[in-house]
Design a protein around this ligand. Structure first.
Ligand code: SIN
Length: 305
């Protein structure tokens, strides 16, 4: 009998598998497909203070090994999330969820964090300083250690629950940015968000995506995500939620060996909406195959000295 549970910032998760923000709505939409309580947790759709319609269409470009999105943080705004989405989620998911927060100013991040921190449905705040699809805010905060730290500091001052900062891979030194966030009080780091990319439509001789560029995610980015989780694990002493290209139980194990305590599944939910329960069901067998009795024991297990 293997043990798939992990402790994440004071929460005990039955398993480390978490659908990633932006690929799973507000969770309740998936309840007609399967019992959501099999999941470790759920990272909810990115939320801003005001409702956002998002970017013009087309917003998606398919690629080999993944896709590019430029959704532009479409969401109903924090008040509607609290009044409408969280009560719907509470009816079908009975574990602490992860609120994913985006913003265009430090004050906006802090205000949304305070509001969501007060909700009993929420166990962790994940602060997205890495959206590549908006012209101000988003990734602008996450590509500079000082700006990322300023957001982390303000959110920590506004909230009591654990705060994870979600980082962008579109940087030269991800470890320095993670360390600045931890110095500012962050309780954990999520990484990676999407890689900035683009496709050109040959007939129109123009970018496929209306916003020209977008964030590339999917199976192809797993090696980049693993490299960055590895680097951040060596640089900081807080838990990491690893994501980027995860699609199988073996990928979850690989992420944890690189240093992740929990593992988010993103683009694969768009390919296969049952990806998360299938990965969770496959985990015990994969653990047995690699001689793992307690999953928690392998966190960072590929770092030898
Ligand atoms: C988006 O809404 O554009 C995607 C969110 C993100 O990549 O952070």
């Amino acid at each position: 009998m293997v043990d798939t549970s992990v402790a994440l910032a004071g929460l005990r998760l039955d398993n480390p598998v978490i659908p990633a923000s932006g690929t799973f709505g507000f969770g309740h939409e998936f309840a007609e497909l399967y019992d959501l309580d099999v999941l470790g947790s759920i990272s909810l759709k990115g939320t801003t203070r005001e409702p956002r319609f998002g970017n013009p269409l087309p917003r998606i470009a398919e690629c080999e090994g993944g896709l590019i999105n430029s959704v532009g943080l479409q969401n109903p705004g924090v008040r509607a999330v609290i009044d409408e989405e969280l009560p719907k989620l509470a009816r079908v998911f009975h574990k602490p969820a992860i609120a994913n927060i985006s913003g265009f100013s430090v004050d906006e991040y802090a205000e949304c964090a305070a509001l969501l921190d007060a909700r009993p449905e929420i166990g962790i705040l994940e602060i997205n300083v890495s959206c590549p699809n908006v012209h101000a805010g988003g990734m602008a905060f996450g590509t500079c250690p000082e700006n990322a730290a300023a957001v982390a500091r303000a959110v920590k001052a506004a909230a009591k629950k654990p705060v994870f900062i979600k980082l962008s891979p579109n940087v030269t030194d991800i470890a320095a940015i993670a360390a600045a966030c931890v110095d500012a009080g962050a309780d954990g780091i999520s990484l990676i968000n999407t890689l900035l990319g683009m496709r050109i439509d040959l007939k129109r001789r123009a970018p496929v995506i209306a916003n020209r560029m977008g964030g590339f995610s999917g199976r192809a980015i797993l090696p980049v995500a693993l490299r960055m989780v590895w680097q951040v694990y060596e640089a900081v002493d807080v838990p990491i939620m690893g994501l980027g290209g995860v699609a199988t139980a073996e990928d979850v194990i690989e992420m944890m060996l690189a240093g992740a305590t929990a593992v988010q599944v993103g683009a694969e939910n768009l390919v296969n909406p049952w990806a998360c329960p299938e990965i969770i069901a496959a985990l015990p067998r994969a653990m047995e195959q690699y001689g793992i009795t307690r999953l928690e024991d392998i966190i960072g297990g590929a770092h030898h000295g």
